[in-house]
Design a binder for this molecule. Structure first.
Ligand code: UDP
Ligand code: MG
Length: 331
């Protein structure tokens, strides 16, 4: 994917010198981590305001994803101390994707740019500053990309690699080693709002909406407190969602497999007939072999054809926007 764009005057037109930046932080059972990360994120806002790249109205939105511990009470206390730290709580645990979406849609009317960042600050706060600088230069989306995965376990590294590879093999546009650390300008948030699907995989939607994007690389560090909120099951279901909500290609593979089997069937049939007429086959074997191979391939082809239609239904029911307008000169 290419990401060097000429930044036109229109790209930055109407963009504030000092944008209101919202940090959206999904929190699930983060009572150990938030007391550490909240002051750091607030200090980060101060730094950006001091540097003159963000408005003093910039804020943090903690999205409590139906935590079972004292996370929400803690957010309440932090909010009482500093109103720039705001919070919403979901009625039950819906997973990081939904928590982020809830946060992004909540800040959309208030912020010029939103940055999703994990509560554990594994994603570098320094990269946030860089993201805001790039936004001010005219980019709509800035993806945080990990420079290394040394803080991840071998298992996590290997499974993530396999996931990215599988996704690109299936033709999905992905940003390698980007997870959910990302800046989205108002324009990108407005388009995201047009995607009404239930099965959310935000990083996939982001790459499919286009707009001017770039990346920032950073070193991902280890979690400072608490432990990972992603069980193996949650990770697996995220990967399955990531693939099945973007492509119907696996169904097309069934069709291809059926065709390959049908070709093989010609060879097998020849071999079966030779064996049969050569007299070295038991009676009944030839007819069984011929029908198993022929019917097997026909069934797969039929499934593949049905799959094509199911794939069409799948893309239709999503009711995704058919195009996204980035800029216009209509006045
Ligand atoms: N998270 C969430 N809901 C969940 C699981 C995780 O909001 O059901 C949040 C979590 O609080 C954290 C972020 O998503 O801010 C990333 O989770 P975590 O750090 O546990 O994942 P890892 O870094 O291990 O992949
Ligand atoms: Mg983490």
């Amino acid at each position: 994917m290419q990401n060097e764009y000429p930044i036109t005057a229109q790209a930055t037109a109407g963009r504030r010198e000092r944008p209101v930046v919202a940090l959206v932080v999904p929190c699930y059972n983060e009572e150990d981590m938030l007391p550490v990360s909240a002051p750091q994120l607030l200090a980060l806002l101060d730094d950006m305001v001091a540097e003159g790249i963000a408005s003093a109205d910039s804020f943090i939105l903690c999205v409590d994803d139906g935590s079972r511990d004292g996370t929400w009470e803690l957010i309440g206390r932090l909010h009482a101390k500093d109103h720039r730290l705001k919070g919403i709580t979901l009625a039950h645990n819906r997973g990081q994707q939904s928590a982020m979406l809830a946060g992004l849609m909540t800040v959309r009317p208030m912020a010029d740019a939103a940055i999703t960042i994990d509560a554990d600050l594994q994603d570098s706060p320094q990269a946030v500053v860089e993201m805001v600088r790039l936004y001010r230069r005219g980019y709509d989306i800035v993806y945080g990309v990990r420079a290394s995965r040394s803080s991840d376990s071998f298992y996590k590294r290997a499974s993530a690699r396999a996931f990215y590879k599988l996704q690109s093999a299936l033709g999905l546009e992905t940003i390698y080693d980007h997870s959910e650390f990302r800046l989205m300008g108002r324009r990108a948030l407005d388009i995201l709002e047009e995607y009404p699907e239930r099965n959310l995989f935000i990083r996939g939607i982001m790459t499919s909406i286009g707009l001017k994007w770039t990346t920032v690389t950073y070193d991902r560090c280890a979690r400072a407190a608490g432990e990972t909120k992603y069980s193996f099951g949650k990770l697996l279901s995220l990967s399955v969602d990531g693939i099945t909500s973007f492509t119907a290609k696996p169904m097309r593979l069934i069709f291809g497999l059926g065709l390959v089997l049908l070709l093989l069937d010609v060879v097998i049939s020849a071999w079966v007939l030779i064996s049969h007429f050569g007299g070295n086959a038991m009676s009944g074997w030839a007819s069984l072999m011929l029908s198993i191979w022929f019917l097997g391939s026909i069934i797969l082809i039929a499934l593949g054809i049905i799959g094509e239609y199911v794939g069409k239904i799948f893309t239709e029911v999503k009711r995704r926007p058919r195009y996204n307008i980035a800029e216009s000169l209509m006045d």
